[in-house]
Structures are given as structure tokens and as C-alpha cells.
Design a protein around this ligand. Structure first.
Ligand SMILES: [Zn+2]
Length: 69
């Protein structure tokens, strides 16, 4: 009956290091993975915070899908 979906008690403050790491990993996943979604969990090399990285397909960007050429 353990539910691991709650985020209580988990650190969620991401520093610039986390954002940079996340962005780098997501970019890497998008360019190297062929099947999506890809869900990974990794520790930030700087602050050791666990980052949940989820990549759904290869979106042009999260949200609006405008902008070509
Ligand atoms: Zn970090």
C-alpha cells in the first residue's frame, strides 16, 4: 500500500545546475533514442538531487507547436 506518487518529502528545488543537466540529458535523449516516451531518473552531478526526466517523442517544444522555417 505504499504509494510512491506523492512528492511530499522530496526535494524539488532545482538549481541552475539541475536545469542545465536536465536540458543536456533531454537533448541527448531526443537525438539518440528511437522510442518514446523515455523516462529516466538521474542524480544531478552538482547537487546530487534526483532529477526526473521525461521525454515524450520529439516535440518542437513543450506547449505550442508553432514555428517552422
Ligand atoms: Zn543540481
Amino acid at each position: 500500500m505504499a504509494k510512491a506518487s506523492d512528492r511530499k518529502g522530496v526535494r524539488t528545488e532545482e538549481g541552475p545546475c539541475c536545469a542545465a543537466t536536465r536540458k543536456r540529458v533531454m537533448t541527448s535523449i531526443r537525438s539518440s533514442y528511437l522510442s518514446f516516451p523515455v523516462i529516466r531518473r538521474m542524480a544531478c552531478p552538482e547537487c546530487k538531487m534526483i532529477l526526473h526526466i521525461r521525454v515524450f517523442e520529439r516535440p518542437e517544444d513543450e506547449g505550442a507547436g508553432a514555428g517552422s522555417a
